[in-house]
Design a protein around this ligand. Structure first.
Ligand code: SF4
Ligand code: SF4
Length: 308
């Protein structure tokens, strides 16, 4: 079953697949309690909900015994022209990545059911997750042998780097499991040094200081102390990923036709971004992950964060 799942995942277009035993994440539980107590989640209060479910997939999906994890490289072929408001690479695609990964995970589930039976999945509860609050996806990817969690708190996958989406499928069957890899950050601290807002410390991310949070999730105005530290980033931030030597070594453009980029992102000048109208925003980004942030937030970020 283990080999079938991994082969099928790769044949569906995922770049990597691993499987971990479903069990309680005791270390993460202790860490999360402290992180939440210190308020490092900012306004992302949903991260404190469903605590038991987040730290044990067997509470989230009754009957779950294994966690299948897939990766999909999203690194775009072309990035933006210099000196324009910066959009994080994950958001380049025309179609929202949630839809792309969910559709492929549905195909993987159907193939497993066809081969091994309907009972392999909990057919009444949600058991497929993409970037979804109740699942610690990076930790499961690490446990499934797909990489290690770098000091910038992102997954680094050998041969891919950190520009990858993570999808999770909870399986109600026991299989052979992959072995976790060794952490290869060593004495490097480049991501921590490069972070313009000092959001990284001791392998922890203070979301309240992170540009990704400030420019996407936060509903509030960007605090004054960070307004001149955005380094041109107006929707997400790739700075800690861009300086990582493993991305320099491994990150290659993705070949996924489903992640075809919005051409305007790599073509627009600073003026074109600044003059973007709401109608144009809807037309160009109507299907993309950028629409989640919303027009008003993007334009506010552009006026706050652009570099002259
Ligand atoms: S995404 Fe940007 S702001 Fe957030 S930790 Fe990385 S470098 Fe810092
Ligand atoms: S920049 Fe260095 S410390 Fe940071 S994640 Fe990459 S290898 Fe690890």
């Amino acid at each position: 079953m283990h080999t079938f799942i991994k082969k099928t995942a790769l044949s569906l277009g995922f770049d990597a697949c691993g499987i971990a035993r479903a069990e309680e994440l005791t270390d993460d539980k202790a860490y999360l309690v402290k992180w939440l107590d210190e308020g490092q989640n900012g306004d992302m209060h949903y991260l404190a909900r469903n605590f038991e479910k987040r730290t044990d997939p067997r509470s989230l999906v009754p009957g779950c015994q294994s966690v299948i994890v897939v990766l999909m490289n999203y690194n775009p072929e072309k990035t933006q022209v210099p000196n324009v408001p910066k959009i994080a690479r994950y958001a380049y695609s025309e179609v929202d990545y949630h839809a792309v990964l969910k559709s492929k995970l549905n195909e993987l589930e159907a193939a497993i059911k066809h081969e091994f039976g309907e009972h392999c999945f909990n057919n009444t509860d949600q058991h497929l997750f993409v970037d979804s609050a109740p699942v610690l996806e990076r930790r499961w990817a690490q446990r499934a042998g797909l990489g290690w969690i770098g000091k910038h708190t992102q997954l680094i996958a050998p041969g891919i780097g950190s520009y990858c989406f993570i999808g999770v499928l909870m399986l109600n069957a026991e299989v052979e499991y992959d072995k976790p890899l060794t952490d290869r950050c060593g004495s490097c601290t480049r991501c921590m040094v490069a972070c313009p807002t000092a959001a990284l410390e001791n392998r922890s991310l203070d979301a309240r200081k992170c540009i990704s949070y400030l420019t996407i999730e936060s509903k509030k105005d960007i605090p004054v102390e960070f307004q001149n530290k955005l380094s041109g980033c107006v929707l997400g931030c790739d700075i800690c990923a861009e300086v990582c030597p493993w991305n320099k070594k491994w990150a290659v453009p993705n070949k996924h036709k489903e992640l075809k980029p919005v051409e305007e992102i790599t073509q627009w000048t600073k003026e074109e971004w600044e003059q973007l109208t709401e109608a144009e925003f809807k037309k160009v980004f109507g299907q993309s992950a950028i629409k989640r942030a919303g027009y008003a937030k993007l334009m506010k970020n552009i006026s706050t964060g652009s570099i002259d």
